[in-house]
Each structure stands twice: as C-alpha cells, then as structure tokens.
Design a protein around this ligand. Structure first.
Ligand SMILES: [Zn+2]
Length: 600
C-alpha cells in the first residue's frame, strides 16, 4: 500500500500544534521578536552583574526567553517530524536554527559571569530567590570544571564543528549506504535500515531473515573504516574536552553530566553481563525450539516466540486498554490520557516523510506531544503506554517546577516510561485466562521491553566502556579494534548457546547513541527502577502510587539516587538490580511453562 501524502491523512488522527504557535507565520514572527529580546538581554546584563539583585533580575529574564524559545522550537521540530520532506517545514526549521544560534551567542555570557562570582554571592542569590536554588546549585556543581569565559565562548562557537562526527555518521548511514535487495523464492525484497530493523531482522521466515542479515552486514562492512574514523574523531574530542576540564578519565567526565557515580555505572554493566546472561540463554533456547531451528544464530535472536497470537487493535480500542491499565495511577493521570486522545496531542497517522519510531516531546508551558505510526498491532499499545509515561512524567514535572528544574538525570529518564509498560503487562495478564495470549504478553515484554533495554543497549554499554578505556590511554581506535571489542562482548554474553555469525561484530555501526555520551547503560538503569516500582504498586497499591506521583512531580530537583529513594528504591545497593534480574528469570520460567502447556 502506497503511503499517503501528509495533506491527505485524516486530520482527526494528527496532532494539533496550535497551542505552540497558531501557524508558521506566528512562529516566524515570534522567532524574530525573540532574537530582538535576546539582544536587549545582552545589553542590559553583560558586564553588569554587580549585585545579587541584578543577577536575580537576569535569571528572571533568562527564564522568560528560554520558555519562549522552547515553545517555538518545539513547534518547528514537530512540524518537520510530521513530514521531513515539506519545504515549508524545512524552511521554518532553518529559521529556528538561526534563532537558536543568535540566542546562544547573546546569552552565553550569563553563566560564565555568574561562575566568576564568589560562592558567597551565589549563595546570596539562592537566599534571596529560593526558586532558583536548583539553577545555582547546578552552576556550583560545574564550577570546578569551568574554563576561562573566553575559552568557553570559543568552545561554544565551535559547537557546529564538534557535532560534525554525528552528522557524518548519519550521512554515511542514511545517504551513502545502499543495501540493494535479496531474492527469496523468486521474489525480490528490498533491504534498507528501515526494512531491516522494521521487520526483516525479526521475520519468522528463516531464509528471508538470514539472507537479509548477510546482505545488511556485508554492506555495512564496506563502510567500516569511514564509520570508525568518524567515531574516532568524536572520541578524541570528548577526551580533549575531558582533559581540558581537568577530569582524569573521559568516563568520569561523561558521568559528571549525568550526576552519576562510577560505582553505579560499573555495577549496572558488570552485574547484567554476569547474572542476566544465563536467563537470556534459556530464552534463546526456547526461541530455537519453538521455531524448529537446528542452530541458534545471532541473526535469529529477534524472532517472535509465537507470531500468530498477536491481536489487532484500533486507536479507539487502545484508549480503553491504556486507561484501564494506568487508572491505578489516579484520576489526574487518567484525565491526562483522555485529554491526549480528545485534544489531539498524539499523531497516529502514517504518511510520506514522517519520522519513524515513536517519541514524546514535552515543551515547558504546554502539554506533551506524542508521535507514533499506528499500524494496528497490539504491540503498539505498549509503545503508546511508554510514550504516555514520558508525557505523564513531564506533565507533572513541568507543572510543579520552574523551567530550570524539570529535567532529571539521564539515568532516570526511561523509568516512568518503562514503568507504564510494566503496568500494561500486569493489567493484561491479570485479565486473561488464555495461555496463548498470556504467552504473547510475556514474550512481548521480554522480547521488547527487556531485550531492548537489558540486552541490546547493555551490550552496547559494555562495549562502549571498553572503547573508552582505550581512549583514556590515548589510543586511536580503528574498525578492527571496534570489531574485536564488540565481538568479545557478544560472545561473553551468549556463550556457546548462540552462534555468533561472521559480521555480527559490525553491530557497533548501527547505533547513533555512541554520539550521545554514556547513553546506552541508562536504559537498563531506568527499567530497573521501573520494574521495582511496578512490583511495589502490584504489592502495596495506593501508598506506592502516591510515592511515584511525588517522584514525577519532583522533576530534576534531585539526582537519580535521591529520586529513587523517594520511590522507596535504594539504588546505592545492588539489590534492585539483582531483584530485577531474578524477575526476568521468573518471566522466562513462565514462558517455558506456558509453552509446555500450549504444546501439550
Ligand atoms: Zn522512552
């Protein structure tokens, strides 16, 4: 079926962006006004922060400017993600790009000048304006690593150059790589990133899946040196900045941004590599048996346990499932979900040029927006529950904090979203007696939720840590180093139970996260908190729910350890992680039992 153009889709299933900006013209006019206001801000405050009172006036001004920037930037970026090929949306996005650069160059002095003040000055700002405690505390946390304001400005001016490796990575990936096609039973099947990740790699037909794998990885192989060279520049930049700012290790430099200790980081990787592996190997064996495979290969790991048991579902039906599953979070939460459907916060349609995947954007001062492409698969109920988890998080955080205090550490970001996936699964299991459906639900939380967060991203994290160890020794990394490190991690995890096909080591080439710092390990960290919290809700009911809502409202006012503690989860010990891993083990037990029951 050919994709519709954006102008031909049913508008009732698109998002309504008018509360961000009434139309493109309104956004452009406000962007121009914002640039003028940023210049005025610069004239009013640069070199003039003599008293705490003036500094507070400055923070007030900065707050207003950044709130407006968020609204119109979000409008432009959502316009573009609903149709990347629309010329008007592209133009608008370029206009906002310029607005952001102008804005940054006009306001960048402000933090630098505040950081040059004595601590007593900053403490007085906090005392006189307690609402800015979070803002000032974050400045103080970064102060020891701050460079001379002139150097900071130079670095800021090079920011486009510093982001070049990521752009180059995407150019290789999205423009240069041509995967061609494969032929199965006389039928030609085109291969691309989208086709491979969107279905071919999990295709239940073994010939299609394995041929697609060969074709995909043989093509990646041709670009391994360019991609490794690009990545090496990224790594060298990070190491240079880490050295300049006075960190001993690039890992510490990247963790400082997340306000997370080395201990928490290492534990997440080490414990999962060791304790989760046996459970996942059992799961692989089950997949092998259910699909009648002689050997279990790396390219077979994403096949479904039972592709025939997935029900179909409409958008309206999805509302009922989601409201029922999440109603435990209270009336306000349910009210938000209903508003999301009724007031068109969600873009469900499928059209040419629309961004793939799903995301939630929660601009301060407005409600959240969700992008998803609805294809009527039951699995999408989990995706939507996940995105509504991000929405519910920032809906609460934004309403209860100023714009500086809303975002928590990356360590915590995936907790509220994956928590909703767990609530959805628990709800579906509780209300069904059909073993096939139950097995579908459990296998879908393992193959989606846990596999994705605890296996795929964790193996990335384990490999990434080895790469950064080389970087800390000032070594240059080449494609053969990256292949060697990646293969070692995959083999260590799967042992003899899965055959690691030639080419699997190139999997490092697929992941854009390596250009975003220590992102990969945070997925399993967030889901560890979510699993513990969902189990608390299941066991304790209301008091656990109250704690969780309190955490959502807290925004970014505490670090990951503090937020987890509010949720009754102590992540300074390894207990939550170990409990989560045994919970995953118990899900694999359930799958084994249900499979026996079904096969008789
Ligand atoms: Zn998410």
């Amino acid at each position: 079926m050919a994709l519709l153009s954006r102008k031909d889709v049913d508008v009732n299933y698109t998002w309504d962006l008018t509360s961000l900006a009434s139309d493109d013209q309104d956004a452009v006019q406000r962007a121009e006004q914002l640039t003028k206001d940023a210049v005025k801000f610069n004239e009013a405050f640069e070199g003039k922060l003599d008293t705490p009172e003036v500094a507070i006036e400055g923070i007030n001004g900065l707050k207003k400017l950044s709130e407006e920037l968020v609204l119109i930037s979000t409008y432009a970026s959502l316009r573009l993600s609903s149709d990347q090929s629309e010329p008007e949306a592209q133009k608008l996005s370029a206009v906002l790009g310029n607005t952001r650069t102008n804005y940054a160059s006009n306001v960048s002095f402000f933090e630098g000048e505040l950081l040059e003040k004595e601590d007593s000055f900053l403490n007085e700002v906090k005392n006189k304006a307690p609402e800015y405690k979070g803002y000032i505390d974050e400045l103080l946390r970064n102060k020891p690593y701050q460079l001379d304001p002139k150097v900071e400005k130079v670095l800021a001016n090079f920011s486009n150059v510093f982001s070049a490796p990521y752009s180059l990575y995407n150019i290789t990936k999205l423009l240069d790589l041509d995967f061609g096609s494969i032929e199965v039973d006389g039928e030609e099947i085109p291969v691309s990133y989208l086709a491979f990740e969107g279905g071919l790699e999990s295709n239940p037909n073994t010939e299609i899946r394995r041929k697609a794998f060969r074709q995909f990885y043989d093509t990646l192989k041709k670009y391994e040196n360019t991609t490794a060279g690009t990545y090496d520049i990224q790594l060298k930049q990070e190491k240079t900045e880490s050295d300049l700012r006075g960190f001993d290790s690039v890992i510490d430099y990247l963790l400082h941004k997340q306000d997370v200790s080395r201990e928490l980081y290492d534990r997440q990787i080490d414990t999962i590599m060791k304790d989760l592996a046996p459970h996942m190997r059992r799961y692989a064996k089950l997949l092998q048996k259910a699909n009648g495979l002689d050997t279990m290969k790396y390219e077979d790991l994403k096949i479904p346990l039972d592709p025939s048991s997935e029900p179909e579902i409409t958008v309206e039906e999805s509302r009922k499932y989601i409201v029922d599953a999440l109603s435990i979070l209270g009336d306000d939460y349910v009210d938000m979900i209903n508003r999301a459907y009724d007031e068109r916060w969600i873009d469900f349609v499928s059209n040419k040029g629309k961004s793939t995947g799903a995301f939630c954007s929660s601009p301060y001062g407005d409600h959240p927006y969700i992008l998803i492409t609805w294809s009527s698969l039951m699995e999408e109920v989990f995706v939507l529950a996940h995105e509504l988890g991000h929405a519910g998080h920032f809906y609460n955080a934004n309403a209860n904090n100023n714009i500086f205090d809303t975002r928590p550490s990356m360590y915590f970001i995936e907790a509220p979203s994956t928590m909703n996936e767990m609530l959805m699964a628990n709800h579906l299991l509780k209300n069904s007696e059909d073993p096939k459906f139950k097995r579908w639900v459990i296998s879908s939380i393992i193959s989606r939720t846990y596999y994705h967060n605890f296996v795929t991203h964790l193996l990335e994290a384990a490999y990434q840590r080895e790469v950064y160890k080389m970087v800390d020794n000032y070594e240059t990394v080449t494609a053969s180093d990256l292949n060697r490190l990646k293969r070692k991690v995959i083999e260590e995890f799967w042992g003899d139970d899965v055959e690691i096909t030639e080419g699997a080591e190139l999997t490092w080439m697929r992941q854009p996260h390596y250009y975003m710092g220590l992102y990969p390990y945070t997925y399993s960290a967030g889901l560890t908190i979510a699993t513990q919290m969902a189990n608390r809700v299941l066991e304790e009911g209301q008091p656990a729910v109250e704690d969780w809502l309190e955490v959502l409202r807290e925004g970014g006012k505490r670090d990951a350890v503090g937020l987890s503690k509010m949720a009754g989860i102590d992540i300074t010990t390894d207990k939550p992680l170990k409990d989560t891993i045994s919970y995953i083990g118990s899900l694999v037990d359930d799958l084994e039992k249900l499979t026996e029951e079904i096969d008789g």
